[in-house]
Design a protein around this ligand. Structure first.
Ligand code: SAH
Ligand code: SF4
Ligand code: F3S
Length: 440
C-alpha cells in the first residue's frame, strides 16, 4: 500500500481552498487520501485563529495525534494555516511531536519540506510572508473534491485592521492575483466541466485596488462573465466599505453572478462600528443594502454579527436587534467576541462578561431565526432553478441543490437527475435553515 495523507481543515473557505492545494502537493508526492486519520502516514492540520474556540479544537486534535505518534514514530505531523503563522516556533517548542510548521504563504514549500522530513530533517518552521507567492497560485495543483464546484482564491490578506481581527496579522497585506491569472484558471475549470465557481478573498470588494491601475472587482466580474461553460459565479466575502454602487451595477448586469451577497455588518450601533474600525456607518450600510436590493430584487443577503465587543451597552445591543428587524437578512452568523492577542480590542478595558455575551447571542439568534423562517416560508409555492449537488449526508434517498441565492432545497431523489444538472424545484415547505420541495 502506498503512503496516505489526512488533512483536517478549520476556519474559512480560504482554508478549504488552501487544503485542496495542500492535498494537491501531497498527491504529487505520491500520497493518496487516507479514509481515516488512524490510517495516515502524514497528518496535516490546516488551522484557523479567528476565535479562541477555533484554536482550542486544534490543540485538542494535536493531543490525539500525539497518542498516535507514540504508537507510530514514523508518522509525520504538519501544522499549516493561520495558527502556524501566528505561533511560529512556539508550536514546536510546546509540542515537539510536530514535524513542520508552514504559514499560509508556504504551500509551495510543502513537497520539499515533506521530502526532507522523510529523510530525517524535522522541526522545520517557515512563516515568512511572501506576497510574490500569490502570483504563482495557479502553479499549485489543487486536488479538488467536487467536479462541479470550485473555489478560486482571487487575493490573499487584508489591509482593514478591524480592531478585533487577527486576519491581517496572519494573512498579511492584501495581494491580488491578476485578472488574466484568474480568468485563465476559470477557463481551465470550465474546460474540465466545472459549473460553479466561488471567488474567495477576505474582502472581494477591495480586489485589485493594490494594483493601483483602476482594476477592481467590477472589472473581474465583467471578465469572468465571458468565460463560457461556467453557470454561476459566487464570491465571498463582501465588505460594505469598498463596495461601490458601480460594482453593484456590474453584478446586476451579469447573469452568471449568483444572487447571493454575504455582507457582514458586524453591529447595529455606530459607536461600536467606529471602535471596531469598520469604516462605515449604519446609515451608509442601509443605503447600500437598499441599492443592492433595488438593482437585484431577488438577492439573498446574509451577514455576520459580533456580540459582546468591549464597551457594548444594553442600548447598543438593542440597536443590533433593531437592525436585524430592519435589514431583514436571510440569515446571520452570530459570533461571541473573542479577544485575540495582539489586536487593539483585546487591550480595551471594558470587556464584557461571558454571561452577558451568551444572553445577547441568544437574543440575536432568536430574532434572526424568526426572520429566516419567515423569508423561507415566503418561498413556498414558488419555483426556483437549482444546481443539483447530490444526496444529503443523512439520507441517500433525499437529494439537494442550491438556488442562485444559495438556499438549499431538499427533494426526493429523482430518476434521470444527475449531480451538476440545473433543474426547477418547487418549494413546498420553508424551514429556518433549509427548504423542502420537489423537482418540476
Ligand atoms: N473579511 C470578512 C470577515 C472574515 S472573519 C469581513 O470583514 O467581513 C469572519 C467573521 O468572523 C467576521 O465577519 C466576524 O464576524 C467574525 N470575527 C472575526 N474576528 C472575531 C473575533 N475576534 N471574535 C469574534 N468574532 C470574530
Ligand atoms: Fe478581519 Fe476586518 Fe479584514 Fe474582515 S476586513 S478580515 S474582519 S480585519
Ligand atoms: Fe481563520 Fe485564517 Fe480564515 S484565521 S477565518 S482560517 S483567514
Amino acid at each position: 500500500m502506498g503512503k496516505q495523507y489526512y488533512t483536517i481543515t478549520y476556519g474559512c473557505q480560504m482554508n478549504e481552498s488552501d487544503t485542496e492545494r495542500i492535498n494537491g502537493q501531497l498527491a504529487e508526492l505520491g500520497y493518496t487520501e487516507a479514509p481515516a486519520m488512524e490510517a495516515a502516514d502524514i497528518v496535516i492540520l490546516n488551522t484557523c485563529s479567528i476565535r479562541q474556540n477555533a484554536e482550542e479544537k486544534v490543540y485538542g486534535k494535536i493531543g490525539e495525534i500525539k497518542r498516535m505518534k507514540e504508537k507510530n514514530p514514523d508518522l509525520l505531523v504538519g501544522i499549516m494555516g493561520c495558527m502556524a503563522q501566528e505561533n511560529k516556533e512556539k508550536l514546536i517548542a510546546r509540542m515537539p511531536i510536530i514535524d513542520f510548521v508552514l504559514g499560509p504563504y508556504h504551500i509551495h514549500d510543502l513537497k520539499e519540506v515533506v521530502t526532507e522530513a522523510l529523510a530525517g530533517r524535522r522541526h522545520v518552521v517557515r512563516t515568512r510572508m511572501n506576497p510574490e507567492r500569490v502570483k504563482d497560485y495557479s502553479e499549485l495543483h489543487a486536488a479538488r473534491k467536487s467536479h462541479i464546484f470550485a473555489w478560486v482564491p482571487i487575493m490573499q490578506g487584508c489591509n482593514k485592521f478591524c480592531t478585533y481581527c487577527i486576519v491581517p496579522y496572519v494573512r498579511g497585506r492584501q495581494t491580488s492575483r491578476t485578472v488574466e491569472d484568474i480568468t485563465g484558471e476559470v477557463r481551465q475549470l470550465a474546460a474540465e466541466g466545472y459549473k460553479e465557481i466561488t471567488l474567495l478573498g477576505q474582502n472581494v470588494n477591495s480586489y485589485g485596488l493594490d494594483f493601483r491601475d483602476g482594476t477592481d472587482f467590477g472589472a473581474l466580474i465583467r471578465a469572468l462573465d465571458e468565460v463560457e461553460g461556467i453557470e454561476r459565479v459566487r464570491y465571498m466575502t463582501s465588505h460594505p466599505r469598498d463596495m461601490t454602487f458601480a460594482m453593484v451595477d456590474a453584478m446586476a448586469a451579469s447573469p452568471k453572478v449568483a444572487r447571493h451577497m454575504h455582507l457582514p455588518v458586524q453591529h447595529g450601533d455606530n459607536e461600536m462600528l467606529r471602535r471596531m474600525n469598520r469604516g462605515y456607518t449604519i446609515e451608509h450600510f442601509m443605503e447600500l443594502l437598499s441599492y443592492v436590493r433595488q438593482k437585484m430584487p431577488d438577492i439573498v443577503v446574509t451577514t455576520d454579527l459580533i456580540t459582546g465587543f468591549p464597551g457594548e451597552t444594553e442600548e447598543m445591543h438593542k440597536a443590533t436587534l433593531r437592525l436585524l428587524r430592519e435589514a431583514q437578512f436571510d440569515s446571520a452568523y452570530t459570533f461571541i467576541y473573542s479577544p485575540r492577542q495582539g489586536t487593539p480590542a483585546a487591550r480595551m478595558e471594558d470587556q464584557i462578561g461571558d454571561d452577558v455575551k451568551h444572553r445577547r447571542l441568544q437574543e440575536l439568534m432568536d430574532v434572526e431565526n424568526e426572520i429566516s423562517l419567515a423569508k423561507n416560508r415566503a418561498m413556498e409555492g414558488k419555483v426556483y432553478p437549482i444546481l443539483v449537488e447530490g444526496p444529503t449526508k443523512q439520507d441517500e434517498s433525499r437529494w439537494y441543490g442550491r438556488t442562485s441565492g444559495n438556499k438549499m432545497i431538499i427533494f426526493p431523489k429523482t430518476e434521470g437527475v444527475f449531480v451538476g444538472d440545473v433543474r426547477d424545484a418547487l418549494v413546498e415547505q420553508g424551514q429556518t435553515w433549509v427548504l423542502k420541495g420537489r423537482l418540476v
